[in-house]
Design a protein around this ligand. Structure first.
Ligand code: GTP
Ligand code: MG
Length: 502
């Protein structure tokens, strides 16, 4: 009989290490077991939350996050996770590392494409590449982004072209990361063809911007890829540093060249010539390349908040929110169910089925985007789209009695743009010649949204509005505390008005 396990227990036999296990195998097995426990603990945390909420208690609060694509819905959701489910948030660090790497490589690709375009103008036989919706409009009329005269063409040297060639392997890294993610789900490529939620793929890659549907699938995928090492509560060692396929290796190898590229004034001239302001784009990390290209880079919480991954479909997230968040208004704790949706135009039809069952809608309007057009329709100004969307939400009869909270978001980018001298009045004609400072522009925009709320709400209701930069976790934590407080207060008031039986 083999020593060490009960002779007749088949499970013990299967789970027992092989008798000839080497020291290295043993170490690997123990690491894998610890990592499996870490993942299992994180899942347990989620299940416990669910089990607690399934017990009889106060009715769960339901809140829907709405707004156009890139408005900051998923980032707001991450703030909720950080506040109310930090263990699960931290357990996902390894998965977000891959997304951040993808964001970095995408920014570099855009620079390389811009260089190629300018080079093509210098040497007409060279190839050019497609334009991005993040290029800004020269004035209120949508028009071609390539309006700079040839005389102003930045002077690219052979060194720039060599640098570009040396960075080309990064494009393969992008392909590999996208392939790994898309392999995790169905690989349908056309989001616009998908109308029913149930038919949505988990992941799509479109113009190389990834979008995910099932929150669970892609994160599981990366846990599997990455999660073979020892662990800690913060998941900082959950990455397989010896994985030959790890994108971090090539990113590290190209680190110095990437830093040189981003530090080169001619490259910045190229970007300015092409009207590409990468700093204002989602998933911008080039100012942190020193840190991000380190061989053992681990994302910070702030990095995760700034990571960009487009959402498809609708996902539900559950949080148990403790008493103190409600200023003692209710006893015990209460479950919140927060719904994150995809904001791309083709995905908005999926929102309506969720309208009749919500306690609150948190609408995000990124007010910095007054000089940008929609990715899905380059004829539509992003701020105008947000205003129209807000109008349709406030006037929707299904939401007539739902608390509406408005986040006028991305104020940090708004302030940056104003400091560059970009004039709101050039794009929003009704703003006219008023002072182009933060105080005046933000007050004007708040009034505009408030007016629509007042004029188009089916029944009068309070207007809750906050200026936010939801990538700032500290300030956002305070604001979300206030929002939760307000929503619960309002729900309790309406229960009191309608009587205890309702
Ligand atoms: N600087 C800055 N960036 C922000 C802010 N809010 C969101 N972002 C960034 O903008 C990008 C888009 O935010 P998301 O939360 O993914 O946008 P979304 O509304 O979920 O977009 P979809 O999933 O396409 O509907 C991310 O890279 C965020 O980090 C903000 O207030 N300031
Ligand atoms: Mg999203």
């Amino acid at each position: 009989m083999a020593p060490g396990f009960a002779d007749d227990d088949p499970l013990s036999r299967v789970l027992a290490p092989p008798p000839n296990e080497t020291a290295a195998d043993r170490e690997a097995r123990l690491l894998a077991e610890t990592e499996a426990k870490r993942i299992s603990d994180a899942i347990d945390e989620e299940l416990q939350l669910q089990a607690r909420s399934d017990k009889k208690g106060p009715r769960p609060m339901k809140m829907l996050l709405l707004g156009q694509s890139e408005s900051g819905k998923s980032t707001t959701l991450k703030n909720f996770q950080l506040l109310h489910s930090p263990k699960a948030f931290h357990a996902e660090r390894a998965s977000w590392r891959a997304v951040i790497q993808l964001n970095v490589v995408r920014s570099i690709r855009l620079i390389l494409e811009a260089i190629a375009e300018v080079h093509a103008l210098q040497v007409p036989s060279a190839s050019s590449s497609p334009r991005s919706s993040h290029r800004t409009l020269p004035d209120s009329r949508p028009s071609s982004s390539r309006s700079s005269p040839l005389a102003d063409l930045p002077h690219l040297t052979p060194e720039h072209l060599k640098l570009r060639l040396r960075l080309m392997p990064l494009l393969q890294v992008e392909e590999v990361l996208i392939r790994k993610l898309t392999r995790a789900g169905n690989t349908e490529q056309e989001a616009t063809r998908l109308t029913q939620l149930t038919n949505m793929p988990d992941v799509i890659a479109r113009d190389k911007e990834l979008a995910v549907n099932s929150h669970f699938v892609w994160k599981t995928m990366f846990s599997r890829i990455a999660g073979k090492r020892n662990s800690s509560e913060m998941d900082i060692d959950a990455i397989d540093w010896n994985d030959p396929e790890d994108a971090g290796r090539i990113i590290h190898a190209c680190g110095e060249d990437m830093i040189m590229l981003w530090g080169d004034p001619v490259v910045h001239d190229v970007l300015a010539y092409q009207k590409l302001r990468l700093q204002e784009m989602p998933g911008f990390f080039l100012d942190s390349l020193d840190r991000l290209t380190e061989p053992r880079y681990i994302p910070t919480d702030d990095d995760i908040l700034r990571a960009r991954l487009k959402t498809l479909g609708v996902s539900e997230y559950r949080f148990q929110v403790k008493d103190e968040n409600f200023s003692g208004i209710v006893a015990g704790s209460r479950e919140w169910r927060v719904y994150d949706v995809g904001g791309h135009r083709s995905l908005r039809a999926a929102w309506a089925p969720f309208f009749d069952d919500m306690d609150a809608v948190l609408f995000l309007a990124p007010i910095s985007c007054f000089d940008q057009v929609l990715e899905e329709d380059p004829l539509v100004n992003r701020l105008e789209d947000s205003v129209l969307l807000w109008k349709s939400i406030v006037s929707n009869p299904l939401l007539a009695r739902t608390s509406l909270v408005l986040f006028l978001n991305k104020i940090d980018i708004l302030q940056h743009k104003l400091s560059l001298g970009i004039q709101l009045g050039h794009y929003i004609v009704s703003y006219g010649n008023r002072p182009n400072d933060y105080q005046n522009t933000s007050t004007y925009l708040r009034r505009k949204f408030s007016q629509i709320h007042k004029e188009h709400s089916p029944v009068p209701r309070p207007f809750y509005c906050h200026f936010t930069a939801v990538t700032d976790t500290k300030t956002t934590a305070h604001i979300l505390g206030d929002v939760q407080d307000t929503i619960v207060r309002r729900q309790l008031q309406s229960i009191a008005l309608m009587g205890p039986d309702l």
